[in-house]
Design a protein around this ligand. Structure first.
Ligand code: SF4
Length: 733
């Protein structure tokens, strides 16, 4: 007789963390559906969440550790035990650190795959290396840093209240595809009569609900933002009490924005001047306004942090900061260690912190501790709150491996990340991983992919269904104040799958860190919960989230301490002119310029956008899901009818896409989603093209990141964000 049970879970297929109910039959997850009782997502489930068990049970999963036998990338492996793998890797890491310094060991991780996401940063800090490399530079980090620099705190969340929120701005964001639960709330806000401004070159589902649709040429959003600031500033009295009491730099910002009058910006962006003015009018007259910014603003190279600053200034000057129905600054839970304590940053001494890859070029990496102090001033004195912005710079990592600048990186651990598919300039990434500079490459993943197939050791990762969950309300909630939820694993780890925590605990124990790694991840979560007077087991028994007073120890010191009105900036005010940027020798005011690569616009007259989300997929990780591949058998480049007609291109035809960085080919899809001079191309790899070849997984042939740029001159000067959206390109039938 079969044994069937239902179990509540939190989905980590993407970052939204929706409540699920899993049906488990004889140890197999046979169905996932939305948890109607979940107070935040109320039964919602998207196609990829509903198919998460297909990914988990995929016949292509890695089930045991493997060690490379032949040449790197040859596909010749021998299975080994976890103990052998951990012993050999730990030995090698320690030898290399002894020979070259601990900074020669780097760790890079991708998007969230469970509650123990990025836990390798703890191992790295205890090991003495500052080179934990995340994706914050291209994933909401620039928006958040813009807020830190402006308010001394962030990130803010749209306070979406149907009937209260009177206008909504969606800028470079497609929540209908990337954050569906939040989109449902936005639809209710719009149904209740709120006006909607969409800023996106693409005709999205969201654009179907708009009052004003602005379609800036990709890469020119900062100019548009400055034009909106100009409209807002022109419409408000200069001497208002708010300006004098709570801001610095108003006159300077006013002067800067005056260079970006709607008529001039129309010629830069391609947006109609009257539409820019109409959007400005809505911002001035139809508040409260909630702002939703997406990664469309974070992957445009040279002006990503300035986009964040512009947005923060717009929110402040339209009176929407901390306004009901506008933008809320909730922060992380107060008593739970939702900060850098659990990443052990204090274990890394000042001299080692200064060696973080990218620090010589990018101020936010060199001066992370100043950002940390800024946020601590606004948040109960707690350090480490913005720890996820403390990561090193990925393109500098490839450079350090390839030519030893600024120093050689000899060992790399890659976890839940496929940089040969997902990072900019993947030709260079592959060259770095295959070259002689790297003496040890370890990959911990669910599958062999274009990156893990190059490793010296491949370690089988546990899927989120096999791990306990612990959620503090990330993703669409941003920081949601006092909110916490936990639960036990849906099924125990199968085969030899191991969690991220268990991998680094195993390495930590072998590298002299045993006292820092509690036996089980649940014990580790207990450590994080201790200040709130809770345990993981109690929370898991609660079988659902706790929020507000229930999520903290009511009599605690932090709970008794109001945040006050002081902003964490150096001036204690909203800095329209950033004192910190000035202290770093950078322009303290928001501005606009195009990436250097546009100097070749004459040869490459079109504009390329990459990485648009499909609801069935999540970045690089859905390629093995049968439903995803049925719908997406090949990579697609989307182009306008006029462009296709003028180039003589037919639907479904394979065409070449060329940029100054590289060339790939994809299937043409003709649709007027984008304007006639803009094309969109997929990130791509074919799981079925595994195995040794000159182009495993078809990346060099088809992945658009062969054509994106990670050069210094195309990167943001504050944070180092690389360029994946808004590159000059051409197409060849
Ligand atoms: S939106 Fe994300 S978290 Fe929610 S069901 Fe879909 S994949 Fe899972």
């Amino acid at each position: 007789m079969s044994d069937t049970v239902e179990k509540r879970a939190i989905c980590f297929t993407c970052a939204q963390q929706c409540g699920h109910v899993a049906t488990v039959r004889d140890g197999m997850v046979v169905r996932l559906h939305g948890d109607r009782d979940h107070p935040r997502t109320a039964g919602f489930i998207c196609p990829k969440g509903a198919q998460a068990h297909d990914l988990h049970h995929s016949p292509d999963r890695l089930h045991s550790p493997m060690k490379r036998r032949g040449a790197r990338g040859s596909g010749d492996w021998e299975p080994i035990s976890w103990d052998q793998a951990l012993d050999e890797i730990a030995d090698r890491l320690q030898q290399l650190a002894k020979a070259h310094g601990a900074e020669t060991v780097a760790y890079t991780f991708g998007t969230i795959r469970g509650s123990d996401y990025s836990i390798g940063t703890r191992f790295m800090n205890l090991f003495g290396s500052p080179n934990s490399v995340g994706q914050d530079k291209i994933c909401l980090g620039p928006i958040t840093l813009g807020e830190f620099l402006t308010y001394g705190f962030g990130p803010s969340s749209p306070d979406l209240q149907p009937g209260v929120t009177r206008s909504l701005v969606l800028w470079g964001a497609r929540p209908s595809q990337s954050a569906r639960p939040a989109w449902h709330t936005m639809e209710k806000v719009l149904d209740a009569g709120a006006k909607c401004i969409v800023i996106d070159p693409a005709r999205t589902e969201e654009a179907g609900r708009v009052d004003i649709w602005l379609r800036p040429r990709p890469g020119t959003d900062a100019a548009l933002g400055l034009a909106l600031l100009h409209e807002v500033i022109a419409a408000r009295p200069d001497d208002s009490d708010f300006i004098s009491r709570h801001t610095v730099g108003f006159e300077e910002l006013k002067e800067r924005a005056a260079n970006y009058a709607a008529d001039r910006v129309a010629s830069i962006t391609g947006c109609a001047a009257e539409d820019i003015r109409a959007a400005g009018k809505i911002l001035c007259e139809d508040g409260p306004t909630a702002f939703v910014a997406g990664n469309g603003l974070c992957q445009t190279g040279v002006r990503t942090v300035q986009h964040g600053r512009i947005l923060a200034c717009l929110v402040a000057l339209t009176g929407n900061l901390e306004r009901k129905g506008g933008q809320a600054l909730l922060g992380p839970p107060r008593d739970i260690l939702a900060n850098g304590d659990f990443m052990a940053r204090d274990a890394l001494d000042i001299a080692q912190r200064a060696k973080a890859l990218g620090a010589e070029h990018f101020a936010s990496i060199a001066h992370y501790d100043q950002i940390d102090e800024t946020v601590a001033r606004a948040w109960y004195g707690k350090r480490g709150i913005p720890h996820w912005l403390s990561t090193a710079h990925e393109p500098t990592l490839w450079q350090a491996i390839l030519d030893g600048r600024p120093y050689p990186v000899k060992a790399l651990i890659i976890q839940g990340h496929n940089p040969v598919g997902g990072s900019a300039n993947t030709g260079e990434v592959r060259e770095a991983l295959l070259g002689d500079g790297l003496e040890l490459l370890v990959a911990h993943d669910l599958f062999l992919n274009a990156t893990s197939c190059l490793a010296d050791y491949v370690l089988p990762a546990a899927h989120w269904l096999e791990k306990p969950h612990f959620s503090m309300g990330a993703a669409s909630l941003a920081w949601s104040g006092d909110y916490v939820e936990a639960g036990t694993a849906v099924i125990p780890p199968q085969y030899e799958h191991r969690s991220d925590y268990d991998l680094f605990k195993g390495l930590g124990e072998r590298c002299g860190q045993a006292e820092h790694w509690p036996e089980r991840v649940e014990d580790f979560y207990d450590m994080m919960l201790a200040p709130a007077g809770m345990t993981f087991a109690e929370l898991a028994r609660n079988n659902g989230p706790l929020s507000g007073d229930a999520a903290r120890k009511p009599a605690s010191e932090a709970a008794a301490m109001p945040r006050g009105e002081v902003f964490g900036t150096l001036s204690g005010k909203i800095e329209l002119r950033s004192d910190m940027l000035a202290a770093w020798g950078l322009d303290p005011l928001p501005d606009f310029r195009l990436s250097g690569i546009f100097a070749r616009q004459d040869e490459f007259p079109l504009v390329l956008v990459t990485g648009g989300r499909k609801i069935e997929g999540f970045h690089q990780s859905s390629q093995q899901t049968p439903a995803f591949r049925r719908k997406n058998p090949d990579p697609v480049v989307t182009l306008h009818h006029d462009l296709a007609a003028s180039a003589g291109i037919a639907e479904g035809q394979w065409i070449a896409i060329e940029t100054p960085v590289g060339t790939v080919r994809q299937r043409a899809h003709i649709d007027d989603i984008y304007p006639s001079k803009v094309v969109h191309a997929d990130r791509w790899w074919y799981p079925e093209r595994a195995g040794p070849s000159s182009d495993p997984f078809g990346v060099a042939e088809t992945n658009i990141n062969m054509c994106t740029s990670n050069s210094l001159e195309d990167s943001d000067p504050i944070m180092g964000s690389w360029l994946m959206r808004g590159l000059p390109c051409r197409i060849v039938p």
